[in-house]
Ligand binder design. Structure first.
Ligand code: HEM
Length: 161
């Protein structure tokens, strides 16, 4: 049981490193570089990069759910008394709020961006003459996701006691 907990926690942390790392890379490197390119080049590259990153993050989300559920069981959080009446349970529930925000952003971002500008293909770049800019919305969604990710890591580490 202890060994499974260690492996599960390791996979949980590696998934967090990947997701938060991908957000940081997008915000600080990929987005700014792509903003300086013309849309004919930027949109296909961004679509390809985003497609790959989102595919791997989807795997990470499955890993979070599987390993997180195992660790909930390992820490006794399946017991509603522990979940709702202990300080450990309270921190865990606080952690689940930014997790829900991060998951919601992941699944809704392409629709939000496409609704603003269908020809943006749901990725960051501004389309010349497009109806509404999407780059700013893309950046704001990533900044909110980053803030949630950093808060989740803080609360996750607090769970260790
Ligand atoms: C369904 C979603 C999730 C569930 C059920 C879940 C559950 C848990 C649980 C139960 C722990 C405590 C483990 C322990 O005490 O040993 C934990 C720790 C942690 N979680 Fe999550 N988690 C989820 C999503 C996430 C996400 C999205 C991130 C980051 C982006 C994340 C990052 C962490 C980190 C960094 C720790 C601390 C690990 C450690 O220091 O041992 N979790 N999580």
């Amino acid at each position: 049981m202890y060994e499974v907990h260690i492996v599960a926690t390791w996979m949980h942390i590696i998934s967090a490193v990947y997701w938060i790392g991908a957000i940081l890379f997008t915000l600080t490197v990929l987005g700014p570089v792509m903003r300086c390119q013309n849309t004919g080049i930027a949109i296909p590259i961004m679509s390809e990069v985003q497609g790959r990153v989102r595919g791997i993050v989807l795997v990470a989300i499955f890993i979070f759910i599987a390993t997180g559920t195992f660790n909930m069981y390992y820490r006794g959080l399946m017991d509603t008394e522990v979940l709702f009446e202990s300080s450990y349970g309270t921190i865990f529930l606080m952690k689940m709020l930014p997790v829900a925000v991060m998951f919601t952003i992941y699944f809704s971002a392409p629709y939000i961006l496409k609704r603003r500008s269908p020809s943006s293909k749901g990725v960051c770049c501004e389309v010349e003459g497009g109806p509404k800019p999407v780059g700013k919305v893309f950046a704001i969604l990533h900044i909110i996701a980053l803030a949630c990710g950093l808060l989740i890591v803080y609360l996750g580490v607090m769970l260790r006691g």
